[in-house]
Design a binder for this molecule. Sequence first.
Ligand code: FAD
Length: 460
Amino acid sequence: MPANHDDVLRRLRAELPDDRIRTDAATLEALRTDRSGVRTPGPPLALVEATTIAEVRAVCRIATATRTPIVTRGAGSGLAGAAAAGPGELVLSTERMARIVEVSPENQYCVVEPGILNGDLNRALAEHGLWWPPDPASKDFSTVGGNIAMNAGGLLCAKYGVTREAVLALKVVLASGELIEVGHRTVKGVTGYDLCALMIGSEGTLGVIVEATLKLRPAVTGPVPTIGAYFDSIADAATASAAITAAGLQPAIQELLDTNMLLAVTEHTGVDLASAGAAYLLVQTDGPDAADEAERILAVLERAGGRATLTTDPDAAASLVDVRRQGFPALEARGAFLVEDCAVPRSRLVEMYARIDEVAARHDVFIATPCHAGDGNLHPTFVFEGTTDAVPEHVWQAAGEIFTAALELGGTLSGEHGIGLLKRRWLGDELGDAQLELQRRIKDVFDPLGLLNPGKVFPD
Ligand SMILES: Cc1cc2nc3c(=O)[nH]c(=O)nc-3n(C[C@H](O)[C@H](O)[C@H](O)COP(=O)(O)OP(=O)(O)OC[C@H]3O[C@@H](n4cnc5c(N)ncnc54)[C@H](O)[C@@H]3O)c2cc1C
């Protein structure tokens, strides 16, 4: 039976303090989207800002009793539409659950609520000489719960891993309101199926993460040598990047920019980077061997034809990093854009860039592609006329061909941004029918009424 909205609101108001529930039009309108720009057909029913596990459980029990769908939301910084909520749905925000419950230096873990921002967490951990490595570019405004639900990546993954490698255990509220604990606080732990891993990257479709035990590392201190290298072609730059990995070297950051990115940055900043080369590779090393590693990487890059600069001077390093940092503002200045995300094995990057060029020419679209080269994770970014919330169909077609190319090269549809609403139509291409069906059945086991983030991830 469809939910009676008045009844849902009455039940919520009976169980939760007034300030937890918001129904004003401006608030609800903002919840129709996330940072992807995708927009649902209309605003959701209400926003509930939970502050405790008990409140989350109450909301889930009411949702189940009234058959009301729930869209869990962190900071809404996602780029796949995974947190976008529509008519008849309740938005359950975990943003106000932002406490650090425990920091345990002797176990190198901390226990946190899901709404804490990555940046705030790491500032607090620094006082203990500790660090949580997931480092999305959105770290100053994305929540740890959102990172876990999306299995977020970032710039440091080749060396320090993605979110999955940095989570030990979770407390999760199921749609029924039941609370489960998955994973282990121990370094080792192999009992039963690994439901903690299953939750990571599940995009709010299996449960509401209400507490996380995070695996920490000692903070990395000392200088961070920085190298900026220009190449005559993206193929030369990608080959050089693969040579760094093949040499057994492990930089913290390896960021690759193609010709269109350099053109856009040149246009935006007025600094003529496009004449310096057709592609740019930014590399940083860290840790006790950083200086030695940087020298060895410099030699690899020069052997591969790079015109490279190595520096430890903070100002000079900042200007080498700035070439990468200016990338998205430069693209934003050119018009509406769609930031996409796919990954290939690192040795296939040269082929992938060639395939992207073919697609751009075939559809006559401007595509600039920055890449976390150490992970083979590319962000083909389409710039087009119009508005970001109305991506033209020919751009989606071009994006689809890029996803197909990534799969053909042994890669994946998404390295870090997830599937959400935007990439559902291609999910079956990667998973195949048998696995897609198995995944739907897993969702049914956790959420038999289909209340958690319905319409996301799976194709209709
Ligand atoms: C400028 C910019 C840069 C970015 N850079 C990166 C990057 O480098 N790497 C990267 O991986 N991503 C990046 N992102 C995308 C985004 O920031 C990440 O996906 C982030 O992890 C989302 O966190 P959030 O708190 O905003 O989650 P939301 O966008 O609010 O939600 C994302 C998903 O998580 C679910 N969710 C949120 N909280 C919970 C919870 N407590 N329990 C269960 N499910 C939950 C939601 O239902 C939704 O499905 C970037 C985004 C922007 C705008």
